[in-house]
Design a binder for this molecule. Structure first.
Ligand SMILES: CC(C)(COP(=O)(O)OP(=O)(O)OC[C@H]1O[C@@H](n2cnc3c(N)ncnc32)[C@H](O)[C@@H]1OP(=O)(O)O)[C@@H](O)C(=O)NCCC(=O)NCCS
Length: 159
C-alpha cells in the first residue's frame, strides 16, 4: 500500500538514492554534458538534505519509492524509482504537491521539465498540466548554474 508523508532527516540517504537513479533515467542524453559532470552522488545527498523540509515521500511497504519537493509556487522535484513507475505512485505524489501548492495560495503552480523527457511530459499532460512554453532553466551547481533547455508546465484548474 502507498502512503505519502513529510520527509524527515533520516530519509535523506534513501531520497538521494532514488533521486540519483531516477534523475539519470529522465535526463541523460537530454541535458548539457556540463551538468552531468556536477551531478555526482554527493550532490544528490547534499541537495536532498537541504530540501528535506520541503519534501514529501511516498512509501510502499515501508520503502521510499519516490518524492516530491516544493519551492515557492514551483513543484520543484518529482522522482519515482523505476520499479514503482506505472503504478500510480507518481500520480499520487503529483496530486499531493499540487494540493499543497494550491492550499498555500499559489493559484498557478508550475514546474520545469527537460524538453527531451518525453515520458514525464506525457505524464504531466495526462494529469492536467499544460505546456506553457520554452524555459531556460538555471540548474544550480556549486558556484553557479547551468542553463538547461526545459518546458514550463502549469497546472490548469477546471472552471
Ligand atoms: C516522470 C515520472 C515521475 C512519471 O511517473 P510514472 O509512474 O513513470 O508515470 P506513469 O507510468 O503513470 O505515466 C507515464 C505515461 O507516459 C507514457 N510514456 C512512457 N514512456 C514514454 C515515452 N518515451 N514517450 C512518451 N510517453 C511515454 C506512458 O505510456 C504513460 O502514459 P499513459 O498512461 O497515457 O499510457 C517517472 O517516470 C520518473 O520518475 N521518471 C524519471 C525521473 C523524471 O523524469 N522525473 C521528472 C522530472 S521533471
Amino acid at each position: 500500500m502507498t502512503s505519502i508523508r513529510p520527509a524527515v532527516p533520516a530519509d535523506v540517504p534513501r531520497i538521494a538514492e532514488v533521486w540519483e537513479s531516477a534523475w539519470r533515467d529522465g535526463h541523460v542524453g537530454h541535458i548539457p554534458d556540463e551538468l552531468l559532470v556536477h551531478r555526482q552522488s554527493d550532490s544528490f545527498r547534499t541537495r536532498a538534505a537541504e530540501m528535506v523540509g520541503r519534501t514529501h515521500v511516498a512509501e510502499v511497504d515501508g520503502d521510499i519509492v519516490g518524492f516530491v519537493t516544493l519551492k515557492g509556487d514551483e513543484l520543484e522535484q518529482l522522482f519515482v524509482a523505476a520499479p514503482a513507475r506505472g503504478t500510480g505512485v507518481a500520480r499520487d505524489l503529483l496530486a499531493d504537491g499540487a494540493r499543497r501548492l494550491l492550499a498555500q495560495g499559489h493559484a498557478r503552480p508550475w514546474l520545469a521539465v527537460v524538453s527531451g523527457n518525453a515520458r514525464a511530459r506525457h505524464f504531466y499532460e495526462r494529469e492536467g498540466w499544460r505546456d506553457a512554453g520554452p524555459l531556460a532553466y538555471e540548474a544550480p551547481i556549486e558556484g553557479g548554474t547551468v542553463t538547461v533547455p526545459c518546458r514550463r508546465y502549469e497546472l490548469i484548474l477546471p472552471r
